[in-house]
Design a protein around this ligand. Structure first.
Ligand code: AMP
Length: 299
């Protein structure tokens, strides 16, 4: 595995990795990419393992991107564990890690922005103004440099996944955005680099988000289709937990995160929530899907 820190080193390394020689003819290899902010955990590793299994060349970026943090957010204290991250990447069979500095990603003068409208205004976009512009900017830059065939994103950041997919389509970036399932720790908490901030008591309280999502999902599975009743049942679980602030807890259409027009879940839904526990902000979500009926005919 190679680790590079500048755009020029990245492109030089990739030019070697991108082509192989088969029967004296050059053939392009399938390039996969997982963008991360580091402090790697089992959620990230599930994306990385899948990329390594499915692609010929596996690239990971590790960059705490300042443009996606708002004023007063945790950019400075965000965990940075590069040595441990590189070891995990190496063990997973990654070919190339790109770990640039802020100056390399945003050289002065930096005058360009990237904005996806519609999908970005609600939920995380409403609570973190400018956040998705920062995400889109860094992802567009990374896609432009790496030119992956496939990029793997986690459903943990479900809204981000839909936005990045739209960005890739609208800018004709030629990358397939692959959705990977959300990974949880044994107690149910969604794996996150920010879980490192939680004291044991805070972690216990943070679990109310998982319980609230589970409650809404259970009611849905028992046949409840009223968005209001599903949301209220989940919000109650969170309100009953002391020391937790609710940012939002909503049931939306899975495809575009818009509200269901009649207030009834029809087709695939997604229940999404965000809470604050002390200084830490956490997000999580679950799918609401009709059970698939196994007709037993096999195939
Ligand atoms: P981050 O380092 O937080 O920017 O995350 C990098 C990628 O890992 C994003 O595509 C995330 O959605 C994904 N990811 C983070 N946590 C999880 C998780 N618990 N399960 C699945 N994917 C995750």
């Amino acid at each position: 595995m190679k680790t590079v820190h500048t755009p020029c080193e990245l492109v030089a390394e990739l030019s070697h990795l991108r082509y192989e020689c088969v029967d004296d003819a050059p053939r392009e290899r399938l390039v996969g990419f997982v963008p991360t902010m580091g402090a790697l955990h089992q959620g990230h590793m599930s994306l990385i393992h899948r990329m390594v299994a499915e692609c010929d060349v596996g690239v990971v970026s590790i960059f705490v991107n300042p443009t996606q943090f708002g004023p007063g957010e945790d950019f400075e204290r965000y965990p940075r564990t590069l040595e441990a991250d590189l070891k995990l990447c190496e063990e997973a069979g990654v070919d190339l890690v790109y770990a640039p500095t802020v100056d390399q990603v945003y050289p002065e003068p930096f005058l360009t922005s990237v904005h996806v409208s519609g999908l970005t205004e609600d939920l995380e976009g409403a609570h973190r103004p400018g956040h998705f512009d920062g995400v889109c900017l860094v992802v567009a830059k990374l896609f432009a440099l790496i030119r992956p065939h496939r990029a793997y994103f986690g459903e943990k950041d479900y809204q981000q996944l839909l936005i990045v997919r739209q960005l890739a389509r609208n800018l004709d970036l030629g990358v397939e955005v692959v959705a990977c399932p959300l990974i949880r720790d044994d107690d149910g908490l969604a794996a996150s680099s920010r879980n490192r901030y939680l004291s044991p008591e805070e972690r216990e309280r943070a679990l109310c988000l998982f319980r609230a999502l589970t409650r809404a999902k259970e009611l849905y599975e028992q046949g409840e289709r009223s968005v209001e009743r599903l949301e209220e049942a989940g919000r109650r679980v969170i309100r009953e937990t002391p020391g937790v602030e609710l940012d939002y807890f909503v049931v939306r259409r899975a495809g575009d995160l818009k509200p269901f027009p009649e207030g009834k879940v029809e087709g695939e839904g997604r229940v999404l929530g965000a809470i604050r526990v002390g200084e830490t902000r956490l997000i999580d979500n679950m799918p609401l899907r009709e059970p698939t009926i196994d007709t037993g005919t096999g195939g």
